[in-house]
Design a protein around this ligand. Structure first.
Ligand code: SF4
Ligand code: SF4
Length: 180
């Protein structure tokens, strides 16, 4: 096995050598249209040690961890932990990240959970919009108006609610060594 494949196999806990390229994972993936390669291709590339291509790809950031691929795979291989392992490696190695909006969302989401002990949608969305510069994109006004209706109906609270054990939640993030 290629050393890169061995590393990803260990980090993800998935047995890559069991993949026989049946493509059932690809057939069920809801986001494969945004990947550069189909799911079975990603597995093959890991097996072949194509680290540079994978760590610089959009595919690893467009997986939404729905786990459909794993439930369809006859060999029980889940792509989501493989994608997670590739993402972590890309961040650890300081690679240029091709999907800044996805990264901005991850950071806003985790930052909100760290600050309030749970995600507060209003401030998380504001931070995400600001950091990703989504407010400059076409169609933003329509989406913002849709969001405003949710506020008006009280579906999204304006103020974060207090959560028991907030400090402990923050400590979990601190001890994980996560950099936001
Ligand atoms: S479904 Fe499983 S065995 Fe088939 S190509 Fe995908 S990962 Fe490989
Ligand atoms: S877990 Fe990721 S790769 Fe697998 S089906 Fe869902 S989006 Fe696609």
């Amino acid at each position: 096995m290629h050393p890169f494949a061995k590393e990803i196999q260990e980090k993800s806990g998935q047995n890559l050598s069991r993949c026989y390229q049946c493509k059932k994972c690809t057939g069920g993936c809801p986001t494969v249209c945004w990947f550069e390669w189909p799911n079975h291709g990603v597995v093959r590339m890991v097996q072949k040690g194509m680290k540079e291509e994978l760590l610089g790809s959009k595919a690893i950031w467009m997986c939404v961890t729905c786990e459909t691929c794993g439930t369809r795979c006859p060999n029980g291989i889940y792509l989501s932990p493989i994608m997670d392992a590739l993402r972590c490696l890309a961040v650890e190695e300081g690679r240029p990240l091709p999907e800044p909006a996805v990264i901005a969302f991850h950071r806003a989401f985790v930052g909100s959970a760290r600050r309030f002990g749970r995600v507060h949608e209003a401030t998380m969305l504001a931070e995400f919009m600001w950091k990703s510069k989504m407010f400059l994109q076409k169609g933003f006004v329509g989406e913002a108006l849709g969001g405003a209706k949710l506020f008006a109906k009280g579906k999204i609270p304006l103020m974060p609610s207090s959560v028991k054990g907030k400090a402990q939640v923050a400590r979990i993030f601190d001890e994980s060594g996560l950099k936001l």
